[in-house]
Design a protein around this ligand. Structure first.
Ligand code: CU
Ligand code: ZN
Length: 190
């Protein structure tokens, strides 16, 4: 009687230990999975050069994580003030005034507007403030674009345009932002 009681105790203890070890192993696996930061799956960049006689230069970097793309645009040697920034149809900066980049990139065929409010072009990035030192930065995170998929909402092959003036977000078709003082073609990084 005593022996079998001890044996059943050991059996129960073994079972509990097995369950405990299993829980610990599963927990470790789950923690490890959750702890891995998502690696950037795709990136695209545009080197922004001067247009319409400006001295402006800069970069636009698109980085994708999962379904989300973060765009960071930085410019130097720009005139102080508010400058509209858009994605235009074509990654063609061959014209000195940047007009070769075409109109606003508008794959969803809606009215020009302000990003995130009502109707807006997928290229309507917004206004960038440039300080006295001539530098400006604008950041945007979205799941409305794709990188390198060849779809209608793929930003690769499009153009980044920086304007002389501010976007009023209402004038059609492009916000009355004035001359094009910066231009860059968006290219996929491999
Ligand atoms: Cu524009
Ligand atoms: Zn627009």
């Amino acid at each position: 009687m005593k022996k079998s009681f001890v044996c059943s105790g050991i059996k129960t203890l073994s079972l509990l230990m097995l369950i405990g070890v299993s829980i610990a192993l599963i927990s470790c696996a789950l923690i490890r999975e959750a702890g891995i930061p998502p690696t950037p799956s795709k990136q695209a960049t545009a080197g922004i050069g001067p247009a319409s006689g400006s001295d402006l230069s800069g970069t636009a970097i698109f980085t994708q994580n999962g379904d989300t793309i973060t765009l960071v645009i930085e410019v130097q040697d720009a005139s102080p003030g508010i400058h509209a920034v858009h994605i235009h149809e074509k990654g063609d900066c061959s014209a000195p005034d940047g007009t070769s980049a075409g109109g606003h990139w508008n794959p969803t065929q809606v009215a020009h507007g302000k990003w995130g409010e009502g109707e807006f072009h997928l290229g309507d990035i917004g206004n960038m403030i440039v300080g006295e030192e001539g530098t400006g930065r604008i950041e945007l995170t979205t799941n409305l674009w794709e990188i390198g998929t060849g779809s209608d909402i793929d930003i690769v092959g499009r153009g980044i345009i920086v304007h002389a003036g501010a976007d009023d977000f209402t004038s059609q078709p492009s916000g009355a932002a004035g001359a094009r003082i910066g231009c860059g073609a968006i290219e996929s990084d491999h």
